[in-house]
Design a protein around this ligand. Structure first.
Ligand SMILES: *[C@@H]1O[C@H](CO)[C@@H](O)[C@H](O)[C@H]1NC(C)=O
Ligand SMILES: *[C@@H]1O[C@H](CO)[C@@H](O)[C@H](O)[C@H]1NC(C)=O
Ligand SMILES: *[C@@H]1O[C@H](CO)[C@@H](O)[C@H](O)[C@H]1NC(C)=O
Ligand SMILES: *[C@@H]1O[C@H](CO)[C@@H](O)[C@H](O)[C@H]1NC(C)=O
Ligand SMILES: *[C@@H]1O[C@H](CO)[C@@H](O)[C@H](O)[C@H]1NC(C)=O
Ligand SMILES: *[C@@H]1O[C@H](CO)[C@@H](O)[C@H](O)[C@H]1NC(C)=O
Ligand SMILES: *[C@@H]1O[C@H](CO)[C@@H](O)[C@H](O)[C@H]1NC(C)=O
Ligand SMILES: *[C@@H]1O[C@H](CO)[C@@H](O)[C@H](O)[C@H]1NC(C)=O
Length: 901
């Protein structure tokens, strides 16, 4: 999964571009999830496999019956998996995929002792994220989620944190849950479950829990959005690393069976297919009455059509992020003197951060406080030795590391950055010889620069973050308050299902953090938005007295407020596209009290090939008086998927937007509904005219439903004014052959010989030195529901020819084990091949190429012409002799070199 780094998220305002690439989630070799048609004993299943597999996880739940199994010998895993799939009473078999902890941005952490905000907690709720979503009004009215159970699937919770209840179990805030994996789990090793979901090493889940339910006994005025819910904590990540979807499926089912009223997960990986197995399991839980909210993803930089799983599941509620109106920062306390006068200031320490006792004068490369690329170039010859200074550099353009390297080249050991945006950020710049980096605010930096310019001496006294006093600083977010966070991932799915559903604040969020990691932290990500939505569901359950996922999603979507699109610090006079913001920013109080209800949460008119312009939905007046409604259409910005006719990969953020809107007609358009009655209305869409269909424009907007009682609802809709099927899915220029050891995927020359380890010894390190595996690199420009990779024999030798078949006109001896791959996101797909085929045999030595076939969107998998195809160059494989000649004969089949027929 792609990881945006800190700079990419925060520096977007200064137009810093980074190459962003998509990567498909990796699979766990030899591990499969088996779903049963009806309940059966998983140990018995494993026993029938004759000791060839072990049970990874028993997955026998009310809503999912199955197991995940690990074939000991990954050698025959595929063959065995195919055999299992054909056994009676087996519904499906799919590989275990791995997902990372979402890449959130940690801005600052710290514990503090100040009491300045305790006053606020006693009065009405003025916590900024609550003001933005109307959550404050519930607390002011005494509605706090009492009696509602929220299951959190994450890195666990530091429930010993005083603001998270201080205990675990019956009667505690965190009253149920478990640890499915243990500290040492990293996604590749064996999970070691235990009963204790404590998070003392990661932090993500502890931050999430505080957003929902932090108690008021904290020094920073943090208020959980639903302080009286009970939390269930399902720990699915170790201290670092990934999680497999079998563990996620287990955690969801446990959270469901433990009676959670709502399940929230700030986890995901690129997908774009609601059929993804994990998403399908979450959909099933929603169908059984439990709302499931999932973070939309942090891959906004990759542009449109980048929905994340399991958020992209049918009926699963995907949560986008907007930026907080306040930028909080937990700053360390330092002091400085200008010409001898002492004052204090705040900083965010970085990595490295050895600042104890550092007291040095500042030095700056120039006095331009608007310099976009301050310190990016090597310093001039005339620069003095900087070992006796702290170098003050403005943030922006090039990387922190590059700036620190330039300073270090002149002897600097310490660097202070001043920000070019609101607040401060965590700097990571490990550079040889440098002991400390940190960041101060733009204002602080400017005032120091002015003093230096006036030839004053500015001496700064620093402190280690561990020992420095900490205080909370608030900055007005004048640039991005309430706008969609640049990082929030864009839908829709490849089948034009509306994603995300709506948004909450997720950018610059102050919440609890593990005691071991500073107790409090400011983080950004859709991971921070999702739990706020979960809390809102709890508040709505209290007020509306229903837990029905559909009713609640419909009313939240209809009452949410769409916002304008913003890029490069400026808002456009156009609503942000529905694939970015869904229904808009949640307005929880309006949702809790709405008396006009819609039967749907969004509409999709699909693409031009499957244009579905007519939809019916109902409007119910549950109020006490008759209301006259009028319907109208408000268009949002149309987003072009492709930059021009040559582009096959969607544009990175921001894509080109236009003010072309669909026109909608309503029947009836205006009508009166008596109290307690409902009416079905028909909407008919005409796609916007004059768009360039080849560039796949995605149009969207809102049906507004205004009532004479003053109510105003908006129903989001979407459509594609082009053919999804016409989009090229396989990027032939990005489909090539490289070496397994080459991380930069350099293409190899034609006819290169790869010497492979003996069959079955791919993992034996004693062969590493002498072998190299070919790596197939396939780039998917758009998602593909099915990708094949055929191994095509390029010599006429009879042993191979005898075994070769023909699939869709391509001569093939089979596919590499693990192929074909289903439900693929767009991005780069890599496969390191050790010669093993999908039937468990090894390809004989000889000359081959790979023929990659990727199914077009909405394509028929049985028809060859529905696939895009790209072939690699020809390559030759040979195997090193194995330890036993018998093995060699058995696995290699006959020699198959040209000339030996
Ligand atoms: C607190 O909120 C309640 C309910 O909205 C309101 O009636 C009251 O005036 C508010 N109190 C203050 C001090 O703002
Ligand atoms: C910060 O330092 C100043 C000067 O030493 C001191 O007066 C102030 O109390 C400190 N604040 C905190 C939160 O430690
Ligand atoms: C922040 O914004 C609020 C509301 O607009 C205003 O009252 C306050 O003075 C601002 N604070 C700063 C430091 O600009
Ligand atoms: C669009 O049409 C295709 C083909 O009928 C269908 O599979 C898909 O589910 C439709 N999408 C939506 C959102 O209805
Ligand atoms: C309904 O209200 C919205 C928001 O106030 C407004 O933009 C829209 O024009 C109204 N529609 C009608 C038909 O009055
Ligand atoms: C690769 O090998 C094939 C078959 O031997 C031959 O036809 C072709 O010319 C070779 N290509 C190169 C670049 O040598
Ligand atoms: C083989 O190696 C791959 C990575 O090179 C690893 O992921 C896999 O777990 C290994 N399999 C076995 C059976 O050791
Ligand atoms: C790999 O090669 C290096 C240097 O040629 C050698 O020192 C090392 O022992 C070899 N390792 C193995 C596992 O063969």
């Amino acid at each position: 999964m792609v990881r945006l780094d800190l700079a990419a998220v925060l520096l977007a305002v200064t137009a810093v571009t980074r190459a962003v690439t998509a990567n498909t989630p990796s699979i766990v070799p030899g591990a499969y999830i088996v779903e049963y048609e009806e309940d059966q004993d998983s140990n018995a299943l494993v026993n029938t496999l004759g000791g060839k597999a072990t049970l990874r996880k028993d997955l026998r739940f009310k809503l999912f019956k199955g197991a995940s199994i690990q074939f000991k010998d990954t050698k025959n895993a595929d063959k065995m998996a195919a055999k299992v799939a054909s056994m009676p009473k087996i519904k499906a078999v799919f590989p275990v995929r791995r997902y990372p902890v979402p890449h959130h941005v940690v801005h600052s952490t710290g514990d503090g002792v100040q009491e300045v905000l305790s006053k606020r907690q006693k009065g009405n709720d003025t916590f900024s994220t609550h003001l933005m979503t109307q959550v404050n009004q519930f607390r002011d009215a005494g509605v706090t989620g009492k009696g509602i159970k929220i299951g959190i699937i994450d890195t666990g919770t530091d429930y010993l944190h005083p603001a998270l209840g201080g205990c675990f179990g019956e009667g505690c805030l965190v009253s149920y849950g478990t640890d499915l994996v243990g500290d040492a789990f990293n996604g590749a090793n064996t999970p070691k479950p235990d009963a204790d979901p404590l998070d003392n090493c990661n932090g993500h889940g502890t931050h999430v829990a505080g957003i929902i339910a932090a108690q008021s006994n904290n020094p920073y005025g943090i208020i959980g959005a639903a302080q009286d819910v009970t939390l269930g904590s399902y720990r699915v990540f170790g201290c670092t690393g990934d999680v497999g979807n079998d563990i996620l499926i287990a955690a969801y089912n446990m959270a469901y069976e433990d009676g959670s009223d709502i399940i929230t997960a700030s986890i995901g990986g690129p997908s774009g297919w609601s059929e993804d197995p994990w998403a399908a399991v979450v959909s099933r839980i929603v169908e059984n009455g439990v709302p499931c909210v999932v973070s939309a993803g942090n891959d906004g930089a990759l542009g449109i059509f980048y929905a994340s799983t399991a958020a992209n599941g049918d009926k699963v509620t995907a949560i986008a992020s907007v930026d907080n109106m306040i930028t909080p920062a937990l700053l360390s306390n330092g002091t400085f003197s200008v010409d001898g006068t002492d004052q204090s200031f705040g900083f965010t320490t970085g990595e490295p951060g050895a600042w104890t006792g550092v007291s040095l004068p500042l030095w700056a490369v120039n006095f331009d406080t608007a310099d976009p690329a301050n310190g990016c170039d090597p310093y001039p010859e005339s620069t003095p030795d900087l070992s006796g200074h702290i170098v003050l550099i403005r943030r922006g353009s090039c990387t922190f590391v590059q700036k620190v390297e330039n300073a270090a080249a002149k002897g600097a050991k310490y660097v202070l950055f001043y920000n070019n945006a609101v607040g401060t950020a965590l700097v990571s710049a490990p550079v040889d010889g440098v002991a400390g980096v940190a960041m101060v605010t733009a204002e602080q930096g400017k005032s120091w620069i002015r003093a230096l310019e006036a030839k004053s001496e500015v001496v700064v006294n620093m402190e280690d973050a561990e020992t420095a006093g900490k205080f909370l600083a608030y900055f007005n977010n004048t640039a991005t308050a309430g706008f969609l966070s640049d990082f929030t991932s864009w839908g829709p799915t490849f089948e034009v299902e509306v994603k995300p559903q709506f948004s909450t604040p997720g950018g610059m969020i102050l919440s609890t953090y593990p005691r071991a990691l500073g107790s409090y932290g400011v983080l950004s990500g859709t991971s921070m938005a999702c739990p706020m939505a979960a809390a809102v569901y709890a508040l709505l359950m209290n007020v509306r007295g229903t837990k029905d996922p559909k009713t609640l999603e419909n009313v939240l979507s209809a009452t949410a407020h769409p916002n304008l699109f913003r890029r490069s610090g400026e808002s456009l006079p156009l609503l942000a596209p529905v694939p970015q913001q869904g229904g808009g920013l949640i307005q929880a109080w309006d949702a809790a009290h709405a008396t006009t209800l819609l039967s749907v949460s969004s509409l999709s008119f699909n693409d031009t090939d499957h244009f579905n312009p007519v939809h019916n939905f109902s409007i119910s007046n549950t109020g006490k008086t008759a209301i006259t409604y009028s319907l109208s259409n408000v268009g949002a910005a149309t987003a072009y998927t492709f930059r021009d006719h040559n582009a096959i990969t969607p544009s990175t953020f921001p894509s080109e937007l236009t003010a072309d809107f669909a026109s909608l007609s309503f029947s009836p358009e205006s009508f009166t509904i008596p109290a307690g009655q409902r009416k079905i209305v028909t909407v008919t869409a005409t796609a916007p005219k004059g768009l360039d269909e080849k560039r796949l424009p995605v149009y969207s907007g809102y049906i507004t439903i205004n009532g004479t009682d003053g109510s105003g609802l908006s129903l989001p809709y979407i459509g594609v004014a082009g053919s999804m099927h016409s989009a090229v899915v396989l990027d032939a220029s990005g489909t090539l052959l490289s070496r397994a050891s080459d991380n930069s995927n350099t293409p190899v020359p034609d006819n290169l010989t790869f010497v492979l380890p003996p069959p079955g010894f791919a993992n034996d390190t004693s062969y590493r030195n002498r072998t190299e595996r070919p790596k197939l690199v396939a780039t998917l420009a758009m998602g593909s529901a099915l990708v094949r990779a055929d191994v095509v024999p390029m010599s006429n030798c009879t042993t191979v020819a005898r075994n070769a078949g023909v699939v869709f006109g391509t001569k093939t001896i089979g596919q590499p084990e693990g192929m074909p791959s289903r439900w693929n996101p767009r991005g780069t797909f890599e496969y390191k091949w050790d010669g093993k085929l999908d039937d468990g045999t090894y390809a004989p030595p000889g000359l081959y190429k790979f023929a990659v076939k990727a199914l077009r969107i909405f394509g028929d998998p049985k028809v060859g012409s529905e696939y895009d195809q790209a072939d690699t160059l020809t390559f030759r494989i040979k195997y090193l002799p194995g330890p036993s000649a018998k093995l060699r004969r058995q696995d290699q089949g006959g020699e198959c070199e040209e000339g030996k027929r």
